[in-house]
Design a protein around this ligand. Structure first.
Ligand SMILES: [Ca+2]
Ligand SMILES: [Ca+2]
Length: 159
């Protein structure tokens, strides 16, 4: 059961109950990933950990469902997964568990190859992960991108 509010797009953040987990998303302020742990902590939450295809779909629908998806630039959200400490070893920041300790991943595929590809731009690795609204492949694929630009909106979960 997902509980949302008609006033959702006007709020800075909104707690959303989805089954046993409760999420906090923002549709108003893009952050660099480096600011997301603090943003979540300010709401007594942690950067989201996605543990199954079912949960990925719940989050994708929350993040991109109408009418919010009609807003400009609502195209990607940070999830709490990084390989900042060791290149290629992705860790859920809230649990410190690596992807190898989880069954589920949902890396995107493009004509240029699969994610994560750690393409460096301006000397910065791609070490943080977003969930995208991919219209061709509507399953909320994950992409590694740079951590330090204001490129995406935060998703947190309440522990
Ligand atoms: Ca990387
Ligand atoms: Ca990438």
């Amino acid at each position: 059961m997902i509980v949302t509010s008609l006033a959702i797009s006007l709020m800075l953040f909104v707690p959303v109950q989805a089954d046993t987990k409760k999420y906090i998303l923002s549709w108003t302020t893009k952050l660099p990933y480096t600011a997301v742990p603090e943003y979540c902590a300010d709401h007594d939450a942690v950067p989201v950990i996605i543990e199954s295809a079912e949960e990925n779909e719940i989050i994708r629908k929350l993040a991109f469902s109408k009418p919010r998806a009609k807003l400009r630039d609502i195209d990607q959200f940070w999830i709490g997964l990084t390989d900042q400490k060791q290149e290629g070893v992705f860790v859920w920041s809230a649990s410190q568990l690596t992807l190898l300790e989880h069954d589920y991943t949902n890396w995107g595929k493009t004509t240029l190859g699969s994610q994560p590809n750690n393409v460096m731009k301006n000397g910065e690795d791609e070490d943080c992960v977003v969930l995208r609204n991919d219209v061709k492949k509507a399953n909320g694929p994950w992409y590694d991108i740079g951590c330090t630009k204001r490129l995406a909106f935060p998703i947190c979960e309440l522990p």
